[in-house]
Design a binder for this molecule. Structure first.
Ligand SMILES: NC(=O)c1ccc[n+]([C@@H]2O[C@H](COP(=O)([O-])OP(=O)(O)OC[C@H]3O[C@@H](n4cnc5c(N)ncnc54)[C@H](OP(=O)(O)O)[C@@H]3O)[C@@H](O)[C@H]2O)c1
Length: 282
């Protein structure tokens, strides 16, 4: 018999969310830590989000991962947000504190946790391809971590400029926009290049508009795509002698952060990584 009459419950809310590997990883990590917790994956349409958050409150869930398309809309249903959510306008993890639900953005933190053992972004020039929600979270986190300069390369000038203004004015990291046209050649003093566009997700051969010849061996090239792994960008970057970081590491980082926030326990990173690899059949 379990010690507690009911199990603590946490969840993932998104749409579409089927195929999201987080539940598989969390359940493995709970089992490895000997914790009788439950993680549910919940398909919630946008017009039902408020009701879903009421359900989280009413049923006493201890937390939730929030994924697309709800990261911005969920904020109005929460009681408080942390600085990362206030800056990005996006919450990807909800925690309960008493009767309050608190939003955090852990996407950028997950990326940073994966990046830091490979390269410290402090005072480095970083190029970020994209200005969507993932790019915004990564850019804000790298800015907060002391990056020297952030170059945002984006197809839509409006969205890119909005991010650059946020970085310059609120995060106070020097930042500028490159409006994407053709293949972007990173400058030689760039140390970190991040593909945070949706190019590469679902298509290992997709072309990220970067001039591969401009990549050099003293650069780290990261790709947020995790399914499939081994994107064309990362293969090309490795061919130029660059260090590389795939989207798996970022995802593991985010799931580990959620686990720790909710349970107070550090999960086993090897269990998380192996569960993700098993789920993705790598
Ligand atoms: N590894 C992880 O843990 C993790 C976590 C979260 C997300 N992701 C991945 O991150 C990716 C981005 O997600 P998101 O939520 O940030 O998406 P999003 O908000 O829709 O942003 C997509 C970005 O990609 C750009 N883009 C899309 N197609 C393009 C093209 N053909 N040419 C140039 N730019 C293009 C968009 O440019 P415009 O602004 O011009 O439209 C925008 O900047 C997804 O593939 C997702 O799977 C990975």
């Amino acid at each position: 018999m379990p010690d507690s009459p009911t199990q603590p419950i946490v969840c993932c809310i998104g749409q579409p969310v089927a195929g999201n590997p987080t539940q598989f990883m969390m359940e493995r990590a709970f089992a490895a830590a000997g914790m009788d917790w439950r993680y549910l994956t919940l398909e919630v349409p946008p017009d039902q989000l408020g009701q879903a958050v009421l359900g989280v409150r009413a049923m006493g869930f201890l937390g939730a991962n929030i994924t697309n398309p709800h990261k911005a809309a969920v904020i109005q249903h929460l009681d408080k947000v942390d600085e990362s959510t206030e800056l990005t306008g996006l919450a990807s993890c909800v925690t309960r504190s008493g009767q309050h639900l608190i939003g955090e953005n852990i996407d950028g933190k997950g990326f940073f946790q994966a990046l830091r053992p490979k390269v410290d972004p402090t005072n480095k020039k970083v190029v970020i391809m994209g200005a969507g929600s993932t790019a915004r979270a990564i850019a804000v986190e790298l800015g907060r971590a002391g990056a020297g300069e952030l170059v945002i390369v984006n197809r839509s000038a409006d969205r890119g400029q909005t991010l650059v203004d946020l970085l310059n004015q609120r995060v106070r990291v020097p930042s500028r926009l490159v409006h994407l046209s053709g293949d972007y050649a990173v400058e030689p003093d760039t140390r970190i290049v991040v593909n945070a566009t949706s190019i590469g997700s679902g298509d290992a051969e997709a072309w990220v508009p970067l001039d591969i010849q401009a990549l050099a061996a003293d650069m780290l090239v990261a790709d947020v795509a995790f399914n499939p792994l081994g994107t064309r960008l990362l293969r090309d970057a490795a061919g130029r002698g660059c260090h590389t970081l795939d989207g798996l590491a970022m995802l593991v980082g985010q799931v580990m952060i959620s686990f720790k926030i909710w349970t107070g326990v550090d999960p086993d990173p090897v269990v998380m990584q192996e569960a993700l690899e098993e789920y993705l059949e790598i």
